[in-house]
Ligand binder design. Structure first.
Ligand SMILES: [Zn+2]
Length: 299
């Protein structure tokens, strides 16, 4: 039920030299450890969000784009999601589907944490908020009296209170905050993983061939990808090393060869990616990849 995405995984069949098999499936404990990291960074971000609101009068968490896109919460969520990334990579845990549930749960917690920091620290006319009302009342108060101001910060113009709509805005903030976690979850599933050793293929080497002409990658890609398809992987690496022009500027096409290796065994993944300029950005136009146990050398 919680099998990792097969695309990035290596074949599970162990060769004769393989170390003893360990479980490659994410366990409940692993999820909890990764969640704990995400929870820690989320609480840190919640504290920072309150601190900025209290000291700089800038509640970044509440910043909306086009009134409905919770960009501030999304930004905070990305900062908080570094914890999931860190925890997963440090302990070589693959996040499961349950992880997504945890991410939403932590996002809810963070919403309440931010308000709790305000509740316990803010004052109204010299009196601490916590002495004036209960936390529940404060939550209702702050949500239903949420306003949209024409400008943030020192502006004194009162905005329009949102009333019950404030709960919708709060929901948008929670959703926005969880986006970062979802993206990190997807990124982690995209990192190739050695199911045999339960490790991310963390050792990597990259080589890039560059050209001025935007279409120069085409024949080069066919040549290198062809060698990869025939299983001549070292030849593909050597061929790629001879390609490209010696330039750093006016680069309009690139062919990148990425070699990843499991830190504990001979599992490798070779990925060839062709990129071409499109306006101001480089678009991926073609890619090829192969998994292998063969020893490969890239200088
Ligand atoms: Zn391995």
């Amino acid at each position: 039920m919680d099998s990792p995405a097969p695309s990035a995984d290596l074949p599970a069949a162990p060769p004769p030299t393989a170390p003893p098999k360990r479980t490659g499936k994410p366990s409940f404990m692993e999820d909890m450890i990764v969640t704990a990291f995400g929870f820690a960074t989320s609480t840190g971000v919640a504290w920072l969000s309150w601190w900025m609101a209290a000291h700089w009068d800038f509640a970044i968490y509440t910043w909306m784009f086009w009134f409905v896109v919770p960009m501030g919460a999304v930004g905070c969520g990305f900062a908080a999601a570094t914890g999931y990334w860190l925890g997963a990579r440090l302990f070589n845990h693959r996040p499961s589907k349950w992880m997504l549930f945890n991410i939403v749960l932590v996002s809810f917690t963070t919403f309440f944490a931010i308000h709790h920091f305000h509740y316990t620290n803010d004052q109204v006319m010299g009196r601490p908020l916590s002495s004036l009302m209960s936390y529940e009342d404060y939550l209702v108060e702050v949500t239903e009296n949420m306003t949209y101001k024409s400008s943030r910060g020192g502006s004194n113009t009162p905005g329009t209170p949102l009333g019950k709509l404030g709960w919708g805005v709060a929901a948008l903030q929670v959703i926005g905050f969880s986006v970062g976690g979802f993206v990190v979850h997807g990124m982690l599933l995209g990192v190739p993983y050695c199911g045999r050793c339960s490790k991310y293929l963390s050792q990597k080497k990259t080589k890039v061939a560059r050209w001025k002409e935007p279409e120069m990658w085409r024949s080069a890609f066919d040549e290198v990808a062809g060698l990869m398809q025939q299983g001549q992987l070292q030849a593909a690496i050597d061929k790629h090393a001879t390609l490209g022009e010696d330039r750093r500027t006016h680069v309009n096409s690139m062919l990148t060869l990425l070699l990843r290796k499991c830190p504990d065994c001979e599992a490798r993944r070779l990925v060839l990616t062709a990129r071409r300029t499109n306006g101001n950005q480089l678009d991926v136009v073609a890619s090829a990849s192969v998994n292998t146990e063969e020893p490969l050398h890239m200088t």
